[in-house]
Design a protein around this ligand. Structure first.
Ligand code: ACO
Length: 326
């Protein structure tokens, strides 16, 4: 696909919570969290803040990096697990915050933590096909609002944040070289918020049973995740005519350092080619890949022509990989 990433941006909330601070809320320890997940600390959204504010900040940074402006954007696509409000979602609030004119299309996309990778494929295809002149793709996540802060098995894992990219038609070598997207509905139960939708609306009994919070079957997720990212990575690389060795930067979804290490072992990727920030930001779900990409881009280590592999798995269970030439 003749599409390039013209600019990247990210935003992390100011409030930083260490493992030691968390261990005062629930029965856990810095040692347990670091050894099982690689996480040291996470950023959390302030009580009066909303995910669209994070998305607006990340998007503004991406537009500035690309030398573009909201008036030039052809489409806004927002990936998220938890919406700003059930109707009309999050995208309209980001469009509003960016000061969009009244005719630019926007939409939310839900594909679990793989939402950003799915968004890259879908928005990239729309730009490459000429249906839109550019696409601003935002991943913004505030799972801290859906985590049960009494449940040590989940609350230690997640952080809040947002990341964004501006996709434009490419006239040079930069492009999306390969895409592999999949889903396994038999694993839909592994990560879920059961209450609050049409199937089970919120009521007092559900809230008392704490069913409105995120539930996760950690071991099941762990077992599937490595296989899923390995499979989609191999497929996307084959489509691109490349091998794992040709990838300069692997940017995996930051769910657990042990999952990332296991993927690296399976694909024989040296640690230095894995972009890792889970220690500082924890699992920011749909925002994790664009935040890591933005940090890499701003570090000055990315060279023109570098090959990137963005790979993710998430609720659903959805999973996928996109190979990009920078
Ligand atoms: N602190 C201390 N002890 C804990 C904690 C905690 N925070 N959480 C669990 N434990 C205890 C458990 O209760 C259990 O105790 P028990 O043996 O007495 O019953 C013990 O630690 C071991 O628990 P396990 O679940 O076996 O620990 P494991 O090594 O499997 O690690 C983890 C758990 C980190 C959740 C792991 O399974 C994992 O990372 N899974 C994948 C999670 C993931 O990727 N989630 C995101 C998916 S999609 C998305 O990104 C939104």
């Amino acid at each position: 696909m003749r599409v390039r990433i013209a600019g990247t941006g990210s935003y992390l909330p100011a409030t930083c919570v260490s493992n030691a601070e968390l261990s005062q809320r629930v029965d856990t320890s810095d040692e347990w969290i670091q050894s099982r997940t690689g996480i040291r600390e996470r950023r959390l959204l302030g009580p009066d803040d909303v995910p669209s504010q994070m998305g607006v900040s990340a998007a503004q940074a991406a537009l500035a990096a690309a030398g573009s402006s909201p008036a030039e954007v052809g489409l806004l696509m927002v990936a998220s697990n938890v919406l700003e409000q059930p109707v009309p979602g999050t995208a309209p609030f980001i469009a509003q915050g960016l000061g969009f004119p009244d005719d630019v299309p926007f939409m939310d996309i839900m594909a679990g933590c793989s939402g950003f990778v799915f968004g890259m494929a879908v928005a990239g295809a729309l730009v490459a096909g000429g249906l839109v002149r550019s696409a601003l793709l935002v991943g913004t996540e505030a799972l801290s609002r859906f985590v049960d802060w009494q449940d040590r098995t989940t609350c230690v894992l997640f952080g809040d944040g947002a990341g964004a990219v501006l996709l434009e038609h490419s006239t040079g070598e930069e492009s999306i070289l390969g895409v592999s997207l999949h889903g396994d509905p038999a694993k839909a139960h592994l990560l879920r918020v059961e209450v609050g939708g049409v199937r089970t609306p919120v009521d007092e009994i559900a809230v008392r049973a704490r069913r409105h919070f995120l539930k996760m079957e950690g071991e099941g997720v762990f077992r599937s995740a490595v296989h899923m990212m390995e499979r989609s990575s191999r497929e996307a690389l084959a489509q691109a005519g490349l091998s794992a060795d040709d990838v300069d930067w692997w940017i995996p979804h930051q769910a657990n350092l042990r999952i990332i290490d296991a993927l690296a072992r399976r694909l024989q990727i040296p640690r230095e080619r894995m972009v890792i920030n889970i220690d500082r930001v924890a699992n920011t779900s749909t925002a994790s890949i664009p935040i890591a990409l933005d940090e890499l881009a701003r570090s000055g280590r990315l060279q023109s022509g570098d090959i990137l592999a963005l790979t993710a798995f998430g609720a659903g269970a959805s999973y996928g990989t996109v190979i990009v030439r920078w």
